[in-house]
Design a protein. Sequence first.
Lengths: 382, 181
Amino acid sequence: MGKTPKFVQGNEACVEAALYAGLNFFAGYPITPSTEIAEHLSVRLPQLGGKFIQMEDEIASLCAIIGASLTGCKVMTATSGPGFSLMQEALGYAIMAEIPCVIVNVQRGGPSTGIPTHVAQGDVNQARWGTHGDHAIIVLTASNHQDVFAMTVEAFNLAETYRTPVILLFDEVVGHMREKLVLPEPGDLPLVERLHTSVKEGVDYHPYLPREDGRLPMSDFGGVHRYNVTGLVHDMWGFPSTDPKVVHGLLRHLVDKIENRAGILAHYREHQLEDAEVVMISYGSSARSALHVVEDRRRRGERLGLLELQTLWPFPHELVRRKCAQAKAVVVVEMNMGQIMQAVKLSVPQPERVFLANRIDGNFITPADIMNILRIIQGKGV
Amino acid sequence: MERCRLVFSGSGGQGVITAAIILAEAAVICENLNAVQSQSYGAEARGGATRSDVIIADTPIHYPKVIQPNVLVCLTQEAYNKFSAIIRPGGLLITDSRYVKIQRKVDAQQRELPMYRSVMEQIGKPIVFNICMLGAVIALTEVLRPDSIMKVLEGRVPRDFLELNQRALQLGMELGRAAAH
């Protein structure tokens, strides 16, 4: 297929994938370590006839892409922890109003402005529960540039399919490091386009009336239909409602459309799990160190395997339970204080066999860090 | 091939990060190898001891950083003082003889090369100091072919400056070959 490799940063891989998926509107406020996403899109989008806007802050950035999405654009913004905190209100609005959008968070150390140029994975639970109220969310991640590309395209597809914000939770190491990226040709990866309503001009359009398959066709805002969009609980017209049946129905719909599909939304990679006595579970850049350990220890005859999660939320409880069924120990490798470990503990019948191999000092977790913890877990000492 | 782990260090503005990117890109684009490149960010990347890591291999590379380089380049005294201890025993340690006074206690093949002086005397433009260094590295390690570096430079450097870079690469290779005893 005549594919030429590129040698790029993870942030550039995300940009290439977003454009491949049809991104045509980006609004953002550059922040380390996500800056290269805005930087490259500020060049590429205008060349392709899209719009790039540098906003006054992250609140406005997410609000701008929400508005643009309603008019029919494929939209994205990119930030890091501090900006992601500011976006939480608008994130809830996009969930409630069911507006497709992609939000990239290239994680750095927190809380607050934290440690801007160093790596962490501390925003996992913020991505899940940062905005208030009962809701569901889709959060994807990746450990290498080919997967950054694939997950970014998938984020746009899921946003359109489920009319929901999708969060890409990358980290400083993956965002900044350079490695090979083979750009897929057009058509290699399936793309989901906006589902437009077939309701004609002059006929009543119900923005929140699902089709038989549960999907909600959209009508470009400012086009032929007039309708209301609100963060308040709303009926099928989009108008506020306090009718208990409407309230209950909407909340169930918002949660069920995602949580009931946790199985099919679960993207992952597995390495040597078949006979693994120790199963490591990791994601993002940490999974690279964990995979290094798997290959190294397998050469020495140790039965070690890795489950690399690419979908963090909805959490793939069933997948984790199945893959850990034969494990004597489960070791979660992440650069935080056990945010995914807590979810893993909920998934397995023996949570006391779940351990944490982590690092939270701004340095990238090394294979030696993981090995030291594995030895202690296995009763071998340091 | 044996996995090649390189650390380029120096001070912000000497072009060590650019050199690392060019080398790694040449490995991937021109020689169909795997490579990863990473670098220090933040205050230390702007002055101070800048560092960029490159791994080149014909197998997949998972852990992307270099803990023990088998090739270490130090272009300032500060970088040498900070990083010389991390070299893999018996590895190749390249320093610039104008900027670095070496100590003998490091277990490495130390090559002090007059890269900066040669660039200034023969080319007169310090901007290609890093390309001269790359020439020395590939002459001493043979990790890549010089034409791969030139091909990447053709895509990155304005045409009028290509010859300058070609000369610097050549100069570095001569210095490297002369030191490859």
